[in-house]
Design a protein. Structure first.
Lengths: 306, 242
């Protein structure tokens, strides 16, 4: 496929701030109707990439297309076809929810009905409340509503659930999944692995301005972990000998991150038996679980996300 | 056009719902005009005829500071312009909406002053209504463009008053609005001519109450046009939306 068939297409994108290479040669494509996640720690270059895709910043080099168009040539056409939720969504503080949505609707040639948007983000009861009196979660939902006023083909969400409580996060996930169901292309950034696993068809793991892996969450986990994770905490002060642990039966890999030890095992009963038998140090907070994207990130970059 | 109107209305809402800004742009200068004329009014020159137009000039100046520079810096920090840059709204539409809103506030201020002057003090407009309208619009534009320059100079919300206060205080005392230029020390008198408020107030005095002119009316208008042009050019260079 060439650049025209992708909802979003990025080729060899770079952006520097002074000496810092914020984006260092990123390439990816998001096909129409796909939910694509950029996953990485703060400062990985996710937001810069989104801002370039939105036309808020210009790239140093590389080719960036949204629905086959460039901002240099078709900024207005792109703006009419996309929606965005920025990390900070600026809104007038003494406007009500309803007035805020109406204001943004007025910027577009065509807009979705106001009440439909208010209901979609569940702000019916807060429709008359002033923006400055909203909670963080309500504000975020309003930000999503104004990202959808023009019934966009492509929606960019920059860390949509950061700072939300678990319940609000779930509600937002449902909203994103219903967008996907309606055929909207979604590009989101997050540093929550769980979020990427739940929502995304494909994820790009971004670290230090580069994409280090890109595939579906399941494929990434499969590729890196055919194993079950056994997690425990070493007692304070105890020396953890990764080499010793690796020699236990069934253990394929060992990651020690501070006091937290993770064994990846292909034979859990054997590993557990010898681990418990050889438990010269008591094992605290032991958990046996499937590998997650978090493990993938840890393995690839050698660092945990937060 | 729809977008210009939307920006115009949104700015009006924020203005009308912010009592502090309303107080600074309308109520305070009006009260000042009344107090000053009551305190100083026993001397021939310092009547309401002198202070009403002057304080209207000051209220237009405060439109530039409290309803232009300050909210622009705040809205920039709140990333409101940045969010709008992601929509099809053009910068020109945004600017038109904002400036039209502020000129409307200027006309509203003039209307309040004239009605209060008429009811409270029997002040009747002595000059041409058309020239008064022109002086109000030009005066508003002088300070609104100045407001964009100040918002361009102030890099943060904290810096805005630091930059704006000396400018507006200086203009208030060094123009001929509180005391006639003739009463200022001779060394300061030269400065009076270098201050935009001097010309705005002189034009308003001449069109509202025919207080003896400081300068011919056409000079006031020419000076206002010059200030608008200068501030416009400076704001294009200095003002940043983000």
């Amino acid at each position: 496929m060439d650049s025209l068939n992708w909802a979003v297409w990025v080729k060899d994108l770079t952006k520097r701030y002074g000496d810092v290479r914020a984006v260092d040669g990123i390439s990816f494509g998001v096909s129409r109707g796909e939910v694509f996640g950029m996953l990485g720690p703060n400062g990985a270059g996710k937001t810069t990439t989104i801002e370039i895709l939105l036309g808020l910043r210009t790239a140093d080099s590389g080719d960036v297309r949204v629905l086959g168009m460039t901002h240099a040539e078709n900024h207005r056409t792109i703006a009419c076809a996309i929606g965005a939720q920025l990390q900070t969504t600026g809104m007038y503080p003494t406007h009500t929810v309803r007035e805020t949505i109406q204001l943004f609707s007025d910027f577009y040639p065509e807009a979705a009905p106001l009440d439909e948007l208010i209901d979609m983000v569940g702000l019916r009861e807060k429709a008359g409340a002033l923006v400055k009196n909203l909670s963080g979660g309500q504000r975020q939902r309003l930000a999503i509503a104004i990202a959808l006023v023009n019934r966009p083909h492509v929606v960019f969400l920059d860390e949509p659930t950061t700072g939300l409580d678990p319940q609000a996060r779930r509600a937002l996930w449902d909203m994103i999944l219903s967008l996907k169901a309606s055929g909207t292309t979604v590009l989101l950034t997050t540093h929550y692995m769980e979020e990427a696993e739940q929502l995304c068809d494909r994820v790009a793991i971004v670290d230090r301005g580069k994409i280090v892996e890109m595939d579906s969450p399941a494929a990434l986990i499969n590729k890196h972990f055919k194993h079950i994770a056994i997690e425990f905490e070493a007692p304070p002060g105890a020396e953890v000998d990764a080499h010793d642990l690796r020699s236990l039966p069934g253990v394929a890999n060992v990651v020690v991150d501070g006091g937290k030890v993770t064994l990846y095992s292909s034979d859990v009963p054997a590993t557990m038996a010898s681990l418990l038998g050889a438990a010269s140090h008591s094992l605290r907070h032991m958990v046996v679980r499937q590998a997650t994207l978090e493990d993938v990130f840890l393995k690839i970059t050698g660092r945990s996300m937060r | 056009m729809k977008a210009v109107w939307a920006i115009y209305r949104a700015n009006f809402r924020e203005y009308a719902r912010n009592p502090a800004v309303l107080a600074f742009t309308v109520i305070m200068p009006l009260l000042l005009a009344i107090f000053l004329s009551l305190i100083m009014g026993n001397q021939d020159l310092f009547t309401i005829d002198y202070y009403l137009p002057n304080m209207l000039g000051i209220s237009l100046m405060w439109l530039g500071v409290f309803a232009t520079a300050q909210p622009l810096v705040e809205q920039r920090e709140q990333k409101i312009f940045r969010r709008m840059a992601v929509t099809p709204l053009s910068r020109q539409s945004m600017l038109w909406g904002q400036v039209l809103f502020r000129v409307t506030v200027g006309l509203f201020q003039a209307a309040v002053f004239l009605i209060a002057g008429r009811i409270g003090f029997g002040v009747r407009v002595q000059g041409s209504w058309l020239l008064l309208l022109g002086a109000t619009v030009m005066g508003a534009l002088v300070f609104v463009t100045l407001g964009y320059v100040l918002a361009g100079l102030a890099r943060s919300q904290e810096a805005a008053p630091v930059i704006a206060q000396p400018v507006q205080m200086g203009m208030m005392f060094l123009s001929s609005t509180l005391l006639p230029a003739a009463m200022l020390p001779s060394g300061v008198r030269a400065v009076v001519r270098a201050i935009p408020l001097t010309y705005v107030a002189d034009a308003l005095r001449q069109t509202i109450s025919r207080v003896p002119p400081m300068l011919p009316l056409w000079v006031d208008f020419a000076a206002m046009a010059g200030w608008i042009l200068l501030f416009f050019v400076l704001s294009v260079r200095l003002f940043k939306w983000e």
